[in-house]
Design a protein around this ligand. Sequence first.
Ligand code: HMG
Ligand code: MG
Length: 301
Amino acid sequence: MAEQQLPKSVRIVEVGPRDGLQNEKGVISTDVKLQLIDKLADAGVAYIESASFVSPKWVPQMGDATEVITGLNRKSGVTYAALTPNLKGLESAIAAGVDEVAVFGAASEAFSQKNINCSIAESLERFAPVMELAKANNLKVRGYVSCVLGCPYEGDIAPEKVAEVAKTLYEMGCYEISLGDTIGVGTPLKAKAMIREVAKVVPVEKLAAHFHDTYGQALANIYAVLEEGVAVVDSSVGGLGGCPYAKGASGNVATEDVVYMLQGLGIETGIDLNKLVATGNFITEAIGSTNRSRVGLAMSS
Ligand code: HMG
Ligand code: MG
């Protein structure tokens, strides 16, 4: 039976407070962000990417990263993480007291330039001292690779390129590599082929799937990569999100939809779906955005 090939449990990496909110234009108060994070933790989400220590000129919405991390009402067993693109970001993240950090590179040269203002090679060089300082502070580092199934500027991306960047990040000490379909153009067989290529150089249990749902393919892609052995899924409550440097990219796959699908497959997540749906309603109402979780809408009607 197909189910036997699927993982028994999946770890959800909730990226709503970061990826979900980073592209929102309106002012979102630190208090609303903190309420969101609290509700996610209360729903049983054990890993919450809570902020991003990037340049506020580049991503104004994440400008209160320090206030968010220092204001957390920490729940035991929950990891509160943040993005740190460079040493400056990491130093601020350490000062604020994050549990874990993430660096983010890309499989596309053009996207790397637009998103972090440097080439792929330069970005990897820039991450080396970040890895070092993180290690000296006993902080685990997650590594992202963006544009793994397509780039808004370059179009198709070769799976070999994704594997090369993923391997470098893994060898630099990232404990997990999150593979991002930043613009949500992937389809299931392409997603499988990409995972197979990366799994040749990074153990599949060290890989995470990060799908945006721009073309409505995210759940199908997740199912496809679960069959390849991936057991970590990034998602965003309410389906919020988008990258400011990837025009047209819509939100991450909705956490509610992922959890509903996993429950149907008999796969454990440790998350209370009713509380999660309430959280999706809370944040989309609080920021005046559309709830893009189909499960959230169905369960709230
Ligand atoms: P730069 O302009 O090349 O950097 O930007 P710089 O070192 O020349 O610094 C320029 C200014 O920014 C200076 O300030 C620095 O102090 C400041 P000034 O002297 O002009 O007043 N600065 C900072 N301030 C706060 N925190 C910092 C920081 N670093 C520099 N960490 C940089 C390079 C990387 C900083 C910039 O390009 C940047 O912040 N980019 C972030 C873009 C971003 O956040 N994108 C979204 C996240 S990635 C994503 O969404 C994809 C993902 O979800 C996966 C997927 O979907 O595929 C992860
Ligand atoms: Mg993303």
